[in-house]
Design a protein around this ligand. Structure first.
Ligand code: PLP
Length: 398
């Protein structure tokens, strides 16, 4: 009997080492990693710049406490403010904690404006985490079921539907913020229209609401710019990061700007581990590598190549609903359940994921080369075609 709690239906493979976009299992079999630990291993595996930074920092100092100044944390906050246009940062350890911080920040902001029961507009199909507040903000009943009573104070609207937000603005005086993923990841790689983001910004400005963007999955260079909101030419009031920020070392961040940056005061929020020297050194090395090794433009180029290759390779294939994505955040929506493809791809030496039951998801490391992208396509395209040809019966169930 395993002593692990039964929270994951794990695929029976364990990886022993990695290099670049490649992983090797315990038996020495090699796999092309097109998932990067679900958008975590920004620099791939074993990146020398990252491993050196972690090794050197671990020799100097791993942890002190947020009771004291932490030089690496201050440096990382400066760097993040510089690339994002935000004013300040709270560091934590994961995406749900970053979202939790934003939810608390929005409530405190609301109380500061004498709103008795502050509410946050959230989206259908959103995913913000698995703590009680963040699963309540999440737009997926499967994540919430069994954990009722949910945390109140969320008003849900359809994603990409600006009219629905306008309706809330006219009717609901309790709203103080909007929380949105500029590209929904767990929800099936759903891209927000850039105009939608600009319109949200305008509504938030008019209403005095905070615009809070969850870039935990889509941010940090994956789409060709540091952050997705930068494609829309706007700035949010609050932004959340985690996953790829330190390329695999746990870290989360809640960044704020303007009035939102003044909300937390000593004692209102905290984290024991958040922003410790080790995690911050790893994040600084990750950001330096993204910039100096041209990984944002690589992500845009290789992502474009993958999307075009998938569109071309799957054109006219019955059962393919849509190939969509931005940079290295890619979804292929089928008309039927396709969880079985994960195991088939693994057998063929490729790591992928399926989300929302019918969407094949690719989130490769930003270091993927053209040749590696073509290798991924050469495995995935025939696999999807073969799967669709052999699984017509499943279509009837869908
Ligand atoms: N927000 C988004 C957009 C995510 O994709 C995720 C995780 O998938 C989270 C928040 C939660 O992050 P974590 O699993 O680090 O708590």
């Amino acid at each position: 009997m395993s002593h692990l709690m039964n929270t994951y239906q794990r695929i029976p493979v364990a990886f022993a080492r990695g290099q670049g976009v490649w992983l090797w299992d315990e038996a020495g079999r090699k796999y092309l990693d097109a998932l990067a630990g679900i958008a975590v291993n920004t620099l791939g595996h074993g990146h020398p710049r990252l491993t050196q930074a972690i090794a050197e920092q671990s020799l100097r100092l791993i942890h002190a406490s947020n009771l004291y100044r932490i030089a690496e944390q201050e440096k990382l906050a400066d760097r993040l403010a510089g690339i994002s246009g935000m004013d300040n940062v709270f560091f934590c350890n994961s995406g749900c904690e970053a979202n939790e911080a934003a939810i608390k920040l929005a409530r405190l902001y609301g109380h500061g404006k004498a709103v008795e029961s502050p509410a946050i507009v959230v989206m259908d199909k959103a995913f913000h985490g698995r703590t009680l507040a963040t699963l309540s903000a999440t737009g997926n009943r499967k994540v919430q079921a069994g954990f009722e009573p949910l945390v109140s104070g969320f008003v849900r609207v359809p994603f990409n539907d600006i009219e629905a937000v306008r309706q809330v603005a006219t009717h609901d005086r309790s709203v103080v913020a909007v929380l949105v993923e500029p590209i929904q990841g767990e929800g099936g790689i759903n891209l927000s229209a850039m105009q939608y983001l600009r319109d949200l910004r305008e509504i938030c400005d008019r209403q005095g609401w905070l615009l809070m963007v969850d870039e935990v999955q889509c941010g940090l260079g994956r789409t060709g710019k540091w952050f997705v909101y930068q494609h829309a030419g706007i700035r949010p009031d609050v932004m959340l990061l985690a996953k790829g920020l330190a390329s695999g070392v746990p870290i989360g961040a809640c960044l704020a700007r303007g009035a939102a940056a003044q909300v937390f005061q000593p004692g209102t929020h905290g984290s024991t581990f958040g922003g410790n020297p080790l995690a911050c050194a790893a994040a600084l090395a990750t950001l330096a590598a993204i910039e100096e090794e041209g990984l944002m433009s690589n992500a845009e180029r290789i992502g474009g190549l993958l999307i075009a290759g998938l569109r071309e390779g799957l054109a006219g294939t019955p059962g393919v609903r849509e190939v969509r994505g931005h940079g290295l955040m890619i979804g292929v929506e089928l008309d039927r359940s396709c969880g079985d493809l994960v195991g088939q791809a693994l057998e063929a030496g490729l790591l992928i994921n399926v989300t929302m039951d019918k969407v094949i998801r690719l989130l490769p490391p930003l270091v993927m080369s053209e040749q590696e992208a073509r290798q991924a396509l050469s495995i995935l395209v025939p696999l999807v075609r073969g799967f669709l040809a052999q699984a017509p019966a499943i279509a009837a169930r869908a």
